[in-house]
Every structure is written in C-alpha cells, then in structure tokens.
Design a protein around this ligand. Structure first.
Ligand SMILES: Nc1ncnc2c1ncn2[C@@H]1O[C@H](COP(=O)(O)OP(=O)(O)OP(=O)(O)O)[C@@H](O)[C@H]1O
Length: 258
C-alpha cells in the first residue's frame, strides 16, 4: 500500500455550528500514516460531527481540513478514504445484500459509470473474504446481526482499498465476541499500513490497538494522549472542571489495566 508523506488527516482550528449552535470549537486533530486514533467522549460531545466534517459531510465555519496533504475542498482521491458511518444511519431498512453494499465501495474508483470490471469483482470478493462474510455474501444486510452489518460496512471501505479508515462507533451494539473479531480485523489492517480514526464509547478489545486517544467534551478537545490513562467506565462521565486541558479531571495519570 502506498504511504504518502503528508499525514492522512489534519484538522486545524475547526469550528462547526449546527442550527446556529456551536457544536465544535477550534478542534485540532491529526492522524499520522499508520496511526490508530480513538475519538472518545460522552453523548453529544461532537464526535460524529467531527468525523462527518472530516469527510466533508458537514460544513465547517472556520479552520481547515486536509486529507493526504490536500485541502478537503480540492481532495479528489476519494478511494483513499474509507468512511464507515454509524451502522444505524447506514443500513436501517436497506434491502441490499452484502455483495451490493460492498460493491458500492468500488464506485469511488470509477471514472465513469459503467459495467463493473474483473478488478471490481476481485476486490469485492477479497474484501468480503477478509471480513469473514463469504458465506453470507448474498444475505440481506438488514437481516444480519450488528457485528455482521459492521463487517459488511468495513468490507465496503476495504473494497475501495482505502488508506485511511474513518469509523463512527463500529463497536456500538456489537457483542463482546464480535468486538474481538472486529479488533482482530482492524489489527491486521493496521499491520498492512492502514490508518484509522475510530469513534467509540468504550475501548474494550480495541484498546491494545490504539496509539492515541482523544477525548472530546462539549465540542472541545479535553484530552489527547495514551489510552492507558483512560478507563472505559470513565468515558460516560467525562466532566470538565477547569484545570489543564490535556489532563481532564477523573482521568488517572497512572496506567490502569484494560
Ligand atoms: N443535524 C443537526 N442539527 C442540529 N444539531 C445537531 C445535528 N446533529 C447533531 N447535532 C447536535 O450536535 C451535538 C453533537 O452531536 P454529535 O452527534 O456530533 O455527538 P456525538 O459525540 O457523536 O454523540 P453520540 O455519542 O451520542 O453519537 C449534539 O448536541 C447534537 O444534538
């Protein structure tokens, strides 16, 4: 996989207002090549808005976003970016099969609409195989379990041969065993050089993969650093009481076990 010199994602001083209300305030975030970054924070802190802004789905009111060194509004290599939206947003009520969903991941690579090529079919087969859904490829995504749906969405991003995966809560509603197989899959992708930005409510089996955790609170970065200072049960109780911005109250300075 080609490794570009510029970081896959650089967000600088980004603010977003939705319905006239500030949702993100001067957020800085960078994902380096090959890095696995977790974006954490309580409900409504702005995590989804930040990743949606990073892929151009939400307009920013100030700041800048660069993908692989190119400003977002001039970024054309969409296939280098794999966005995996929240499962509930992406698949509820969709009667498509796994194969159809994954094939849609090839669209970003095509210059013109046309018949799918042998390369498209091979990439789709490989992506479905990689996420372990070969025996379910003709199944309707809406009838599958949460973990299987999540794997189908990841396969869609893999089919485009993305170098940066941006995933919004891939572990939400997924049981522990399936979270473990998801972690295994993501671990193998990172080993192959894929960079990951992942929104999560709890780290669980993903914890050993994470290079850096970022905690958002009320639209601002509250913590950026190693995740060994963060316990899962703290993530739903992140409060700011002043103090140093890089060390939120309630976060143990000492590493704790997973
Ligand atoms: N389309 C919208 N219009 C207006 N306000 C919105 C919109 N989308 C989100 N918001 C508000 O922006 C804030 C941040 O929402 P966002 O979904 O980014 O948070 P989150 O951290 O991802 O939350 P969760 O963990 O619950 O998914 C919330 O207060 C939410 O109500």
């Amino acid at each position: 996989m080609p490794v570009s010199q510029a970081p896959p994602l650089v967000v600088r001083g980004v603010s977003v207002a939705l319905d006239g209300r500030p949702v993100l305030r001067h957020v800085d975030l960078e994902v380096a090549a090959g890095e696995f970054v977790a974006l954490l924070g309580s409900n409504g802190s702005g995590k989804s808005t930040l990743v949606r802004a990073a892929v151009g789905l939400v307009p920013i009111s100030s700041g800048s976003i660069e993908l692989f060194g190119t400003p977002l509004d001039r970024f054309r290599d969409r296939q280098r970016l794999g966005y995996v939206p929240q499962r509930t947003r992406a698949v509820s009520g969709v009667p498509a099969t796994v194969r159809e969903v994954v094939m849609s991941g090839r669209l970003a690579r095509r210059r013109f609409f046309g018949w799918r090529t042998a390369a498209d079919v091979a990439a789709v087969d490989a992506a479905i195989d990689r996420v372990g859904l070969s025996d379910r490829s003709r199944s309707s995504v809406s009838e599958m379990s949460g973990g299987q749906q999540q794997r189908a969405l990841i396969a869609r991003a893999l089919a485009s041969e993305a170098e940066l995966l941006i995933m919004d809560e891939p572990t939400a509603g997924v049981d522990h065993d399936n979270q473990e197989s998801l972690a295994e899959l993501l671990g193998s992708l990172v080993q192959d050089g894929t960079s990951v930005l992942l929104v999560a409510h709890e780290l669980g089996p993903l914890r050993p993969l994470i290079d850096r955790a970022i905690v958002l609170h009320d639209g601002e970065i509250e913590y950026s650093g190693p995740c060994d200072a963060i316990r899962d049960e703290q993530l739903t109780h992140v409060h700011r009481h002043g103090g140093q911005p890089d060390h939120p109250d309630g976060f143990s300075p000492n590493p704790v076990g997973a």
